[in-house]
Design a binder for this molecule. Structure first.
Ligand SMILES: Cc1cc2nc3c(=O)[nH]c(=O)nc-3n(C[C@H](O)[C@H](O)[C@H](O)COP(=O)(O)OP(=O)(O)OC[C@H]3O[C@@H](n4cnc5c(N)ncnc54)[C@H](O)[C@@H]3O)c2cc1C
Length: 422
């Protein structure tokens, strides 16, 4: 295929676009501001690299909430099975964990990334080698829009390609390269963008007493960093529907974070934006019924302290007891029925999401209605957009990488079709 394509961003979305373009015979140039490719992908490997999820497609799609219909064609074309097959082609076997999450057998990102980059760089069998240009920051377009402006170690330069795929990521963990600096560049070309917001993020708690900001010094000093488990959270999603999920989270210096909190983060963030705060409800003993808990809090404890009683009868101790002391009044602690009720449904008020730089991912980005079915920006013909910089969000569980790979593939295909149609 004649024609050159610039892919900007060497994360999973950009590399997948490059892969498809290479397989189609295009001359592909990948640019990235960082010194090496896939920094955030490698970071994801520290948590075991949850590549995708094994659940059936309808349930899988539902994780993208109101963006599910727009993402459906991309995920139907390249869903969980395709992700596993792609990893397999690169020599990486995957397995389904107990939670249904899919990981490489060695739980590492580096071997997969290495094999992928090798295939892209080496080319062969109808695949022209992909040219990588690292430490090249994309700054926008030349005045007439005909070429890309780049800054590198040798100064500024321009690059004219027949098509461009932008896969610049969101704005979480900016030190790994995706800093959201592309927002004004695309807005300047007339591409509609929803504001970037923290997704899969922690939260600061609202003051827990009249004279406090956030947690008390006691809770912070004793329990910051402690996991709370098992625990269930009930909270409303972005549409106001209340969900309950069991798992674990971590008490931080200023609030809460961790996988169970991330699962609720979109709804909590939207409630805080609308009302100034949000409440999640903790069940500190998810394996006990309310009746079992009440029977134990009512049981006479003789000379034993309440803490000793709850520890021996209900295994309530450590950070869970810390949370009860933090959030309950002395009167509630000493009323067996009130205590039982609050152990099973403890409201925790949240004041603010943590900053986007600390989040696992971003919500917001290039609006999907600003793109055509091949992910080309309607306002910028020949410019395709993929990955986390698109306006969708999903919980952790492999849904993020899968949608990045699927949209990267669609954008690559779109750019190929654009070259063919020129
Ligand atoms: C701690 C952590 C753990 C995670 N674990 C998982 C997980 O297990 N499973 C999962 O599904 N997801 C996980 N994610 C999320 C997942 O890693 C991201 O959603 C995914 O990497 C996004 O891919 P992307 O290609 O869209 O963007 P990125 O991976 O962010 O890549 C964007 C690239 O664009 C480059 N770039 C940005 N701006 C410019 C510019 N102006 N010029 C040139 N280059 C530029 C960046 O340097 C970067 O290399 C995790 C994220 C974090 C932070």
């Amino acid at each position: 295929m004649k024609g050159s394509v610039a892919v900007i961003g060497a994360g999973p979305a950009g590399l997948m676009a490059a892969d498809v373009l290479q397989a189609g015979g295009a001359s592909v140039h990948v640019f990235d501001a960082m010194a090496s490719a896939g920094r955030k992908f490698l970071l994801a490997g520290i948590g075991g690299l949850n590549l995708t999820h094994s659940e059936a497609l309808p349930g899988f799609l539902a994780r993208y909430a109101e963006r599910a219909p727009a993402l459906q064609p991309f995920l139907a074309d390249f869903g969980p099975d395709a992700v596993r097959a792609w990893a397999g082609e690169l020599g990486i076997e995957t397995f389904v964990g107990t939670s249904g999450r899919v990981f490489p057998k060695d739980m590492k990102a580096a071997p997969l990334l290495r094999a992928w980059l090798h295939r892209l760089r080496a080319g062969g069998a109808g695949r022209p080698p992909v040219q990588f240009h690292m430490r090249r920051r994309w700054l926008g377009w030349t005045g007439d829009g005909s070429a890309l402006c780049l800054a590198g170690p040798d100064g500024e330069s321009t690059f004219a390609a027949d098509a461009t795929v932008l896969a610049l990521g969101g704005a979480s963990w900016p030190r790994l390269g995706s800093d959201g600096a592309w927002v004004p560049l695309l807005a300047g070309r007339g591409v509609a963008i929803a504001p970037l917001r923290a997704s899969n993020c922690g939260f600061d708690v609202a003051p827990t007493g009249p004279d406090r900001t956030g947690w008390s010094a006691h809770l912070r000093e004793r329990f910051a960093g402690e996991p709370v488990k098992p625990v269930a959270i009930s909270a409303a999603d972005a549409a106001g529907v209340v969900h309950r999920q069991q798992g674990e989270f971590v008490v931080t210096e200023t609030g809460v974070e961790g996988s169970l909190v991330y699962a609720f983060s979109a709804g909590l963030r939207e409630q805080i934006a609308a009302r100034g705060e949000a409440t999640l409800v903790l069940d500190l003993l998810p394996q006990h019924t309310p009746e079992q808990v009440r029977a134990e809090t009512r049981r006479p404890r003789g000379a034993r302290s309440l803490s000793t009683h709850l520890k021996s009868r209900l295994h309530l101790q450590g950070v869970k007891m810390g949370l009860l002391h933090e959030l309950l009044t002395p009167a509630q602690m000493n009323d067996p029925d009130a205590l039982a009720g609050l152990i099973k449904a403890l409201p925790l008020r949240l004041a603010a999401p943590r900053p986007i730089a600390e989040a696992i991912s971003s919500a917001g980005g290039v609006r999907l209605d600003a793109l055509d079915a091949s992910l080309m920006a309607r306002a910028a013909p020949g410019v395709f957009v993929a990955g986390e910089m698109l306006d969708w969000e999903a919980p952790t569980g492999g849904y993020l990488l899968t949608a990045c790979l699927a949209t990267g593939r669609a954008a690559g295909r779109g750019a190929l079709a654009w070259l063919q149609g020129r």
